[in-house]
Ligand binder design. Structure first.
Ligand code: GAR
Length: 219
């Protein structure tokens, strides 16, 4: 697949929004390249991520999935809330702690331009409670994965991963904090690379070309 280069991102969230904050902070220090955060939407009313968006001057919408009779109705409301298909609307989507599975119908509105961050080294431990799954399994390495989103659960082509050690005295909170510190570096770097058209995909193999003049050698 040739590189797509979305630049106006909708960020979908469900909770705390620390990954959203990392994107906003990167934007503010000029580290997102041509990428802009056009809007934020949460399926959870009152999510802390929404106040982070508003504090940064980004339009933020609540679209409560429980208020809709079907997945399709929820996604239609979500597409409308983020202005999908309207002039100047988003052309890419970042799932930053968004805890709903999107259908192919939603994904078709942003071909090749939906990415997710997940707190495990996929394909290990997809789905919910990934950090608890890794701890319970007893892996000595954990980490995060940024990947393209397809119709599966945390199953799309992997763009980049970062690993962290698991310590003997870790609990889910301490391990998740270590993983999130890596996510906060990786996700903005990937959003920038996507906007700069540096990410291409051949089957499941993704290539991220180096950017000129900025440090992303960890990718
Ligand atoms: C992040 O660690 C993200 O990887 C995870 O939720 C957390 C959200 O934190 N996402 C998933 O588990 C998706 N399967 P945040 O709201 O502080 O960004």
């Amino acid at each position: 697949m040739a590189a797509v280069a979305p630049t106006r991102f909708a960020v979908l969230v469900s909770g705390e929004g620390t990954n959203l904050q990392a994107l906003l902070d990167a934007r503010d220090r000029g580290a997102l390249g041509p990428a802009t955060i056009a809007c934020v939407a949460s399926n959870r009313p009152g999510a802390r991520a929404l106040s982070r968006a508003r504090a940064a001057g980004v339009p933020a919408a609540e679209v409560d999935h429980r208020a809709h009779p079907s997945r399709e109705a929820f996604e239609d409301a979500l597409l409308a809330a983020i202005g999908a298909g309207s002039p100047g609307g988003p052309d890419g989507v970042v799932l930053a702690g968004f805890m709903r599975v999107l259908t192919p119908r939603f994904l078709a509105a942003f071909p090749g331009a939906v990415v997710n961050t997940h707190p495990s080294l996929l394909p290990a431990f997809p789905g919910v409670a990934a950090v608890e799954q890794a701890l319970g399994y007893g892996t000595r390495l954990a980490g995060c994965t940024v990947h393209f989103v397809d119709a599966g659960v945390d199953a799309g082509p992997i763009i980049a991963q970062r690993a962290v050690p698991v310590f003997d005295d870790d609990d889910a909170a301490s391990l998740h904090a270590r993983i999130q510190a890596e996510e906060h570096v990786l996700l903005p770097a990937i959003v920038r690379a996507l906007a700069e058209g540096r990410i291409s995909c051949e089957g499941r193999r993704v290539v991220v070309a180096r950017g000129a003049g900025h440090a992303d050698q960890f990718l």
